[in-house]
Ligand binder design. Structure first.
Ligand SMILES: CSC[C@H]1O[C@H](OP(=O)(O)O)[C@H](O)[C@@H]1O
Length: 362
């Protein structure tokens, strides 16, 4: 794997950065672990390396890891030496299983891999080498579709944003978490583009600090008014009437509208309900998992203790202290004011409305 140090990222004019670039058989991923102080792009050509990049959070964010996994699957398919289609499909399934194991919560990862496998099966009547070529284009299609989906989500969601609006965000559900433009931050971008006066209050989002390191960085680059706050300040600001609404992303949404998102989201939702502040979730329909009846069935990733005991090489806690590090929590549907998708908005009756939104795109 080579390192390509760039002194600036490809920024599409105020519509956020694109954290993934593909050309000539190479996937470049912006190393989000190094932001905001270094913009370093890493080159990927191998599915195992892509899986590691997802697990170590070089790339992170539900749609973005789905897009990265699609290219990982293409790399794995390309390297399979098989004459017989059945053998190819079996070995391609093993490649996708390896990629799927990199992070368990974001359903977009498995959605993208199932789409790649379904595409291969649907072309099983063709020679293996033709299937491989087609898989490269399918990975490109998944990436290119993602930004279009986010822009549609933004158009729907910005209708909910007041003018002026002081908006609290949690974690990063921006262009960096997607193929471009962002989900929650895409709604914010669309509100700004619609001429609304928007001020963002970005939760730093311990322990991985996606808010401080990523949301603050990408919105500042877009010239969007952004103030960084500690996670424990949200309640105070709400109690002082300084937040008009909350908007977050999602990693998996159960059929009843329960939402898995970055750890701390549930806390923000409870505070928002206490202060009668709208709590919005923005996610593509590929994040909605109708196979799960409710949020208790969503797998919650447990991450390394060092994310809590250290910031970089700086130790914050005693050696051998007990640590829990769930990367996500589940916000019950009753605390969710609306779920914004590219096909429209659900504002209640989630079991019915979410199924409609998922199927209307089908
Ligand atoms: C647009 S989905 C972004 C979603 O992913 C984040 O988690 P992570 O940074 O661990 O991948 C967080 O839950 C965001 O809401």
């Amino acid at each position: 794997m080579q390192t390509n140090i760039s002194n600036r990222c490809a920024t599409a004019g105020g519509t956020g950065i694109k954290p993934l670039r593909y050309a000539g058989g190479v996937l470049q991923m912006l190393d989000q672990r190094k932001l905001p102080t270094e913009e370093i792009w890493l080159d990927y050509r191998d599915y195992r390396e892509v899986a590691e990049g997802i697990q170590t959070m070089v790339v992170r964010g539900a749609p973005a890891i789905g897009c990265a996994a699609a290219f990982g699957a293409w790399f794995g398919a390309r390297d399979i030496e098989a004459e017989e289609t059945g053998d190819f499909l079996d070995r391609f399934a093993a490649v996708c299983d390896h990629l799927a194991a990199s992070r368990p919560t974001a359903v977009n990862l498995s959605w993208a891999l199932q789409r790649m496998q379904g595409f291969a099966r649907n072309h099983a009547d063709r020679p293996v080498e033709q299937i491989k070529i087609a898989l490269e284009y399918e990975a490109l299609a998944i990436l290119e579709e993602d930004e279009r989906i986010n822009r549609a989500m933004g158009r729907h969601g910005q209708e909910l944003i007041p003018d002026p609006a002081r908006i609290l965000t949690h974690c990063n559900a921006g262009a960096l978490a997607t193929g471009g433009y962002g989900t929650a931050l895409g709604v914010i971008r669309a509100a700004v583009a619609a001429g609304k006066q928007v001020a963002v209050l970005a939760d730093e989002t311990r322990p991985f600090l996606q808010g401080a390191r990523l949301t603050a960085w990408e919105l500042q680059r877009d010239g969007i008014d952004t103030t960084l706050i500690c996670d424990n300040m949200a309640g105070y600001l709400m109690s002082r009437g300084l937040i008009d609404c909350v908007i977050v992303g999602a990693d998996r949404i159960a059929a009843n509208g329960d939402v898995a998102n970055k750890i701390g989201t549930y806390t923000v939702a409870v505070l928002a309900r206490e202060h009668r502040i709208p709590f919005y979730v923005a996610a593509p329909v590929s994040t909605i998992d109708l196979s799960l009846a409710d949020g208790s069935l969503i797998p919650i990733e447990q991450r390394d203790r060092r994310e809590i005991t250290h910031i970089g090489d700086i130790q914050l806690a005693p050696d051998n202290i007990g640590v829990v590090n769930p990367a996500f929590d589940v916000t019950p549907a009753r605390l969710v004011t609306a779920i914004i998708t590219e096909h429209g908005i659900a504002t209640g009756n989630y079991p019915v409305r979410l199924a409609e939104l998922v199927n209307c795109g089908g």
